[in-house]
Write a protein that binds this ligand. Structure first.
Ligand code: TYD
Length: 202
């Protein structure tokens, strides 16, 4: 039975969500909250093997196969890590979740949106986030912040990431209660203030 709070962080690669999720983790731990900070893809031993395939496999992966790999990772993550942490009353902060699959495989790759939603539902068996924060920034700016070498997903062209960004905005329009958009073009400090305000009010 769920008694904790489940918050997910979303956005195009380079949007700054990983920095913000660590800052929020520090903030909540500083308030003596019990927090699980986790991410997709690739939490746990099985997850890290799936992550390796998804991000570094050198051959081609079909969009359907890609989706099922992200979803397999999610099913294991939900059942073995997220649900138990929520049952213990923890605040779970997850870097990417269902909306990544909708935005990247649905809007980005062009898979049928309703089908992706259906498959997501199977993978999460009823566990929706209580709050999702989308860090919104122009795709070009977001990608220019990536300074390490690019993985398989990041090697996609700019049009792909523009579709992903539009996808996130569309998801937020469809589920305004759960999905909140934060303008992520400002300084780390300014964005952090917005995140804390949003989470506190929530
Ligand atoms: P990662 O290095 O974790 O990127 P980031 O720090 O931006 O989260 O790589 C995850 C990549 O996988 C990222 O490009 C988004 C993509 N992804 C999907 O395409 N679908 C999904 O369902 C998930 C969870 C991630």
């Amino acid at each position: 039975m769920k008694s904790g709070i489940f918050i997910t962080f979303e956005g195009v690669d380079g949007c700054g969500k990983t920095t913000q999720i660590s800052l929020l983790d520090e903030y909540l731990c500083g308030k003596n909250k019990k927090v699980l900070l986790t991410r997709e893809p690739g939490s746990g031993m099985l997850g890290s093997r799936i992550r390796e395939l998804l991000l570094n496999f050198e051959g081609s992966i079909s969009p359907n196969c890609e989706s099922f790999l992200f979803l397999a990772d999610r099913a294991q993550h939900v059942d073995c890590m997220i649900k138990p942490a929520l049952a213990e009353g923890k605040i779970v902060l997850c870097d990417r979740f269902i909306d990544s699959t909708l935005a990247y495989q649905g809007y980005g790759r062009g898979l049928d949106i309703n089908q992706v939603k259906y498959l997501n539902d199977l993978a999460i068996s009823g566990l929706k986030p209580d709050l999702t924060i989308v860090f919104d920034v122009e795709a070009r700016e977001s990608l220019s912040r990536l300074h390490r070498s690019k993985d398989r997903m990041e090697a996609e062209d700019i049009e792909f990431f523009e579709r992903v960004r539009e996808g996130y905005l569309e998801i937020a329009k469809q589920e305004p209660e759960r999905v909140r958009v934060i303008d992520a073009s400002g300084s780390v400090e300014a964005i952090y203030k917005k995140v804390v305000k949003l989470v506190e009010s929530f």
